[in-house]
Each structure stands twice: as structure tokens, then as C-alpha cells.
Design a protein around this ligand. Structure first.
Ligand code: URA
Length: 209
């Protein structure tokens, strides 16, 4: 799984363990997700392009490193992607933000688009796609198809948990897209949940169950 980076930092792993516990409250789950997404964002932005800018410190002129190029685009896959968005924005407050809404057609089991709104100039931005759970990989692949159709060329995928099946599907469909996650779990169960996982991420962060 050469596209996959697992963030093994102790703070990430400790927070993830708390999130997995079934008795963790909605409020605490959301808070932990916000904290962990900031740490994951740190990893996924590690190799952004840099240039140099002439600045003056109080003591002398200096060529200092600065981020190169257009502002990043963060794309949340609704609805659970919004839980990652806040923490990533804490770290990259000037990023542009877009949303992709997909639902699964009950007959074909294929993702169908119901919402798509993304920042202009995607072709010149590093695009970070956000969805906490990379389960089957179908909606992640479909969302990235849509982003590529909209012009995106440099895309990364950020999730909290991944299943091996999801990593394989996404990597096969989009081998150019690096995936960053806090953990690679064992497998999907027969209704598409990640095992051992943490349950339904949307329900846990929004308290809808
Ligand atoms: N989506 C979730 O919220 N949880 C899973 O385990 C799989 C997909």
C-alpha cells in the first residue's frame, strides 16, 4: 500500500483510542476529532511547495521560506467530512473550502451526486479531500472523479480510519492520490462498517443516533 501513510504519532493514537470507545460522548468525540484532524493535517501538508520571500527582521534583511502557489482547497465529503474540516481549518485558516454531497443508490449501490460546490482555480491548488472513514472507497473514488472533472490535478485524501478494501479501491481508481490516515483497521463487515472501527462517524459527531 505505497499510497498510504499511517500517522503513528502517540497523540494521534491516544486520541483515536478515546474516539473508538463506545461510551465517549458526542461532545468529546467532536472535540477529539477536531484535535486529531489538526495533527493529521500537519502530516498531509508536510511536503507542500515552498519559495523564498525577502523580509526584514528587526535586525536585517533575510530571504525567508514561505508557502508557494495558490491557497489550498479543502473538500469535505458530506456529511462526515465536516467533522475533519474544523480542525484542518484551525491549522490552515486561509484555505478555500468546497463540499461534495453523495448518496448511495439503493438499487445500483453506486454513489450519486446531490451537491457539488468547489473553489475556483482547482487546477492550480493542492486539493485535500476530507472524509473520516475510508470504508468501501466508492464514495471517495467518486468524489475524486468529480474533482478531477472540475480540473483538480494535485489531490490528497485525508481520513481518520481506513479499511484495506477502501485503500485498494481508491488506490486502484486514483493511484496518484496519497492517503493519510490515523489507522488501517482489519476489514469491513458485511454492511460496510470498518472493524474494529468506531461506528458511524456522522452519527457519533452529530449525535444523530
Ligand atoms: N462510515 C462510517 O461512518 N463508519 C464506518 O465504519 C464505515 C463508513
Amino acid at each position: 500500500m505505497k499510497n498510504l501513510k499511517i500517522v503513528e504519532h502517540p497523540l494521534v493514537q491516544h486520541k483515536l483510542t478515546k474516539m473508538r470507545k463506545k461510551d465517549t460522548s458526542t461532545n468529546h468525540f467532536r472535540q477529539l476529532l477536531r484535535e486529531i484532524s489538526l495533527l493529521l493535517a500537519y502530516e498531509i501538508t508536510r511536503n507542500l511547495n515552498m519559495s523564498e520571500v525577502n523580509i526584514e527582521t528587526p535586525l536585517e534583511e533575510f530571504k525567508a521560506p514561505t508557502l508557494d502557489g495558490k491557497k489550498l482547497a479543502l473538500i469535505s465529503i458530506l456529511r462526515a467530512g465536516n467533522g475533519l474540516l474544523d480542525g484542518v481549518l484551525d491549522l490552515i485558516p486561509s484555505a478555500r473550502v468546497g463540499f461534495v454531497g453523495l448518496y448511495r443508490d439503493e438499487k445500483t449501490l453506486k454513489p450519486v451526486q446531490y451537491y457539488f460546490k468547489v473553489p475556483a482555480g482547482l487546477d492550480e491548488r493542492v486539493v485535500i479531500t476530507l472524509d473520516p472513514m475510508l470504508a468501501t472507497g466508492n464514495s471517495a473514488s467518486a468524489a475524486i472523479d468529480l474533482l478531477k472533472n472540475a480540473g483538480a490535478k494535485t489531490i490528497r485524501f485525508l481520513c481518520l480510519l481506513a479499511a484495506p478494501e477502501g485503500v485498494e479501491t481508491l488506490s486502484a481508481a486514483h493511484p496518484d492520490v496519497p492517503i493519510v490516515t490515523a489507522a488501517l483497521d482489519r476489514q469491513l463487515n458485511d454492511i460496510g462498517y470498518i472493524m474494529p472501527g468506531l461506528g458511524d462517524a456522522g452519527d457519533r459527531m452529530f449525535g444523530t443516533k
